[in-house]
Design a protein around this ligand. Sequence first.
Ligand code: HEC
Ligand code: HEC
Ligand code: HEC
Ligand code: HEC
Ligand code: HEC
Length: 643
Amino acid sequence: MAVLAAAASIPAPGSTGDGSLPVAATLEDFFMPGTQPDPGGVVVQPIQSATNCILCHADFDQAEPPLPPAGEPFRNWAGSMMGQAARDPIFWAALTVANQDVDFGGDLCLRCHSPAGWLGGRSVPTDGLGLVHSSADFEGVTCHFCHRLVNPDFVPGESPIEDGLINDDLDVLGLLPAQPGTARYVIDPLDRRRGPYDLGKNFFFHQWLQSPFHQQAALCGTCHDVSNPLYTRQPDGTYVMNDANAEHPTGDKFDMFPIERTYSEWLNSSFANGGVQMNGRFGGNHPTGIMESCQDCHMPDQQSPGCRVPGFEVGHPDMAAHFLNGGNTWVLNAINTLYTDSDPIDDPPNSFNDPVFQDEFTGLTPDIIADALDRTTQMLRDASDMELTQVGGSLRVRVINMCAHKLPTGYPEGRRMWINVKFLDAGEQVIEERGAYDFVTAELTEDDTTVYEAKLGIDAAVAAKTGLPAGESLHFILNNVILFDNRIPPLGFTNAAFEAVQAEPVGASYADGQNWHDTDFVIPPGTDVAVVTLYFQLTSKQYIEFLRDENTTDSRGRIAYDQWVLHGMSAPVDMDMGTIELQPGIPGDLDGDGVVGILDFLALLAAWGPCPDPCPPSCPGDLDGDCVVGIVDFLTLLTNWTP
Ligand code: HEC
Ligand code: HEC
Ligand code: HEC
Ligand code: HEC
Ligand code: HEC
């Protein structure tokens, strides 16, 4: 990091940029294998809108007799962020910044957030204005897209033979993706809907194929490893921007800059290696409770049919609920505000002066949103456990990751989790607080607690090329260094395996196998009880202000910001809460054995000198809290010496 700061003013060797934005690039720079756009839908039949599925796969309450709502694909999916990935105002604001930063940058974003638009050749212009309203384009990751996905890694005897032929055709053209990630998807050119079940020879509602791929994490891995093909990894581990107008030299995602690694994190956890028994925490009525795939946790099993057509009432014991919830606590509300499906005669069109935010059918209703946000809160609460103990004069807060990937995982910008501690006296008055969050201003006091997050940035070469300052940055598509990542690894974590997938901790250390994190807080004198809360926040103030201020070419940053304010400034969610009664510790009892003795003296000597910078919430030996272990601390220890 020191290198970065110092290098900011030094022009990078070999830099060809003129220090201004956007960086010159073409669509070629974002070219990746897999099915390619087919504007006319000549070879690849167009992706259909979910409205073509609702006749049979929606409104389970209207079936005779009514069916379990969890079994209904449509409304659960509509209440997921994937069903709204192309209506998300935060996405649109970030898309504009990406286009301001790099020519054609938005093409990379749209292939994942609007696969129907991308496949239909409508991702250019890359500001998204080519997408068609009230079609699958704005449905984000839509039914017909997911259910036409083909496993690029053909498994003989398992995958449908049709898939082998589709892959062969791509292979001949050099277009078969070698690994999952960055939306390098293979789509069946024909409308054959794949799913987990054998629907039998007599099934006539639509063409179908039984696809084991749909029960595997690799399907989700198609998009849940996100890499930036603008960059190539160097032998020294840095990332250098490729020459413009050429596809990535190796095409290997591990040679690109890693933006999200959720799938790889999972792949290198115990969940991918035999699974983990989660004792009913996740998985619905899963027969063993052993969570092995993303679907097991994010699409829990229900006894239900998947459609409301008479004759199918018996259903399946393992019908996957299309919940797909994660940590998104508020954006559905914003989407509902921005895309009101209003009656054009009674209601004027909405006043948001960007054609992207137009009235159209979203599938969202207040009930669907409320149910989805309840499930999201529950996901966040199930995501971790917290343990509180007293160690000497300190309160130890242990956060244990119960997810199959980092906690938190995925999109790094604006998402964070932190520990809030309130030390109370016997009269239940707050004496001191750590990690205080102001719910009125949305400001977090960060320097006296642990904040779990990833921070990305740009190095000196990119700074010179773009005219942006080197160091921490929220320019998603330009970032090429990971400055910090202390997010908690999943069970089965090893440093070597995570390093191999560019997901190792940075600026934090976790031992192999460690899926928890400890923070020690010095207990202030007079404390009786501590109340501890672990919070998650989706969209920080810093990030939303960045989107508002950095957006100079359209009003999407402003629109996103206004929605953030309107819907409660991304209120933090409490993931865990606990209370612990604390014994007044003896100052100087560093090892917590109840006496102040020679071991404590030696520990104090070992810690002699300044505490690490920045000063941690607890610096052992620093009894007076001045961030230096020195003579005053030594005298305090002597005063309390146990005879
Ligand atoms: C993110 C990809 C994705 C999207 C989007 C999606 N599904 Fe699915 N769907 C799946 C997966 C994966 C399974 C199988 C999961 C399992 O069995 O573990 C599945 C299972 C199904 C099944 C089989 C269950 C049964 O009992 O018949 C149906 C039907 C279905 N989906 C319909 C839909 C409809 C309709 C939509 C849109 C409203 C939709 N899906 C959206 C991924 C998706
Ligand atoms: C390969 C797929 C993929 C590509 C390419 C991609 N994204 Fe995403 N994006 C995701 C996934 C997956 C998430 C959700 C991760 C999570 O919830 O942590 C996400 C989340 C986001 C979010 C957070 C939305 C919110 O409501 O908080 C924004 C903003 C975003 N992406 C913008 C972009 C932009 C801009 C680009 C292009 C520069 C882009 N994405 C490219 C897959 C992709
Ligand atoms: C006319 C009724 C009807 C329509 C419309 C319809 N489906 Fe289905 N679909 C069914 C029935 C019935 C089943 C069997 C459900 C079950 O097994 O419980 C089914 C099953 C499926 C399955 C499971 C396949 C498998 O092998 O596991 C998928 C996937 C699916 N449909 C996708 C879709 C999608 C996507 C759409 C819209 C583009 C759609 N369907 C529209 C009637 C329909
Ligand atoms: C075509 C790419 C694509 C595929 C395939 C895909 N996702 Fe996603 N997923 C996304 C994008 C894009 C987002 C972010 C949408 C947003 O926030 O705007 C997302 C978001 C999510 C979220 C976060 C939701 C939240 O509330 O924060 C979860 C959980 C998720 N996906 C799970 C899955 C699972 C499980 C699968 C496999 C069954 C899957 N995804 C397959 C693209 C994809
Ligand atoms: C053992 C259960 C479990 C499994 C397996 C699992 N997840 Fe999650 N996931 C969770 C929980 C709980 C959360 C909520 C915590 C959070 O948002 O950080 C979550 C959150 C997410 C998010 C949202 C992150 C954010 O903060 O925006 C995404 C995206 C996601 N998971 C994708 C996946 C994918 C892809 C897989 C498979 C490769 C997967 N998950 C496997 C439990 C699981």
